[in-house]
Write a new protein. Structure first.
Length: 137
């Protein structure tokens, strides 16, 4: 069973929250969170909740939804003479992948990972909230 971890971006304050616990309803939906010792539960409307992919980049850094990564391109021939790209991590159709081209899902994020979930061809360089400018390159 994979490890389920989350982090939360505060939309109003523009920073990461220290999540203590999540409130899950009987249907398995996350409906709230506690950002301190578990005493103050709040709704999800003011945060962006993102999930850990279960993978680490080549430096051992955990990869989450919304992270911006520098990754090796496969041999799909999408762009000639380009071996690396910068993309954001998304969850679509039941898998974590990269949003390299909105029309094409190049590969699942776990492609070519080691047994401990490390990706030697991927490096986390930021996230879509703090470093959106990285996606403009």
């Amino acid at each position: 069973m994979r490890e389920h971890k989350f982090r939360a971006w505060d939309k109003k304050l523009g920073g990461w929250l220290d999540l203590h616990s999540l409130l899950i309803d009987c249907n398995g939906r996350v409906i709230g969170y506690a950002d301190d010792a578990g005493n103050n539960f709040r709704t999800l409307d003011c945060i962006e909740l993102v999930e850990y992919t279960g993978l680490q980049d080549k430096n051992g850094k955990e990869i989450y939804e919304g992270d911006i990564i520098r990754h090796q391109l496969n041999n799909a021939g999408i762009e000639k003479n380009k071996t690396f790209a910068i993309s954001s991590v998304i969850f679509v159709r039941g898998a974590f992948t990269v949003d390299y081209n909105p029309k094409i899902l190049i590969w699942g994020l776990g492609y070519n990972c080691t047994e401990d979930g490390q990706l030697g061809h991927v490096e986390v360089i930021g996230n879509i909230w703090e470093n959106k400018e990285l996606l403009n390159d």
